[in-house]
Design a binder for this molecule. Sequence first.
Ligand SMILES: [Mg+2]
Length: 231
Amino acid sequence: MGENFEEKAVFFDIDDTLLDTSSFAELARHAAINNIVENGLPIEQDHAYDILKEIIKEKGSNYGKHFNVLTKRVIGAEDPYLIALGMTTYHNVKFSLLEPFPRTIAILIYLKKKGYQIGAITNGITIKQWEKLIRLNLHPFFDIVLTSEEVGYEKPHPAIFEEALRRMNCSADKSVMVGNKFETDIIGAINAGMAGILVNSELTYEQEQMIENEKLDVTVLHNISDVDTVL
Ligand SMILES: [Mg+2]
């Protein structure tokens, strides 16, 4: 293209990288189940929770009617009162607990001061992913937020990383991707020519061997609070 790309960028995955999405969701599901069982769903809480987990597995976590299916499976028909109770409890608990991992804001400020552009590359529904950043007050730090829904490809497909680089106007070799999933975030980024920082996850022996044999530019950190030790 003949352009001189000077910008350096750090891209972040959102779920389980910036915030502990999985734990918050699990606590919120338990609270929702407790509430609907206490208010009349005729089944043991543990059993109801297992059914809910099955439904989430079948329909995906972004499906909007988990509690409709749950009441239908348990009592043979949808129960509007219990569905609304479940949904409300789920959202209230989830959003009251939601917070970024420790030092996330300090790290974002640090990166800004060091001249990095900051982006998010996330698999998920655009509005939902923005909602998390806004509720956590992290959105002002992000120059771009790119979702799989927007691009039409999920990580690890290179198209989503390439589109992020294009929008940020920076080159892959000056960019690093921080994420918690080795195959999705890290190998995806590496295949797009970026470096990778794995957080909140441990490498398997095979993954360690792969990094060594193929000399991949991958750093493993305990969590996001350590990012300033390598950037
Ligand atoms: Mg993640």
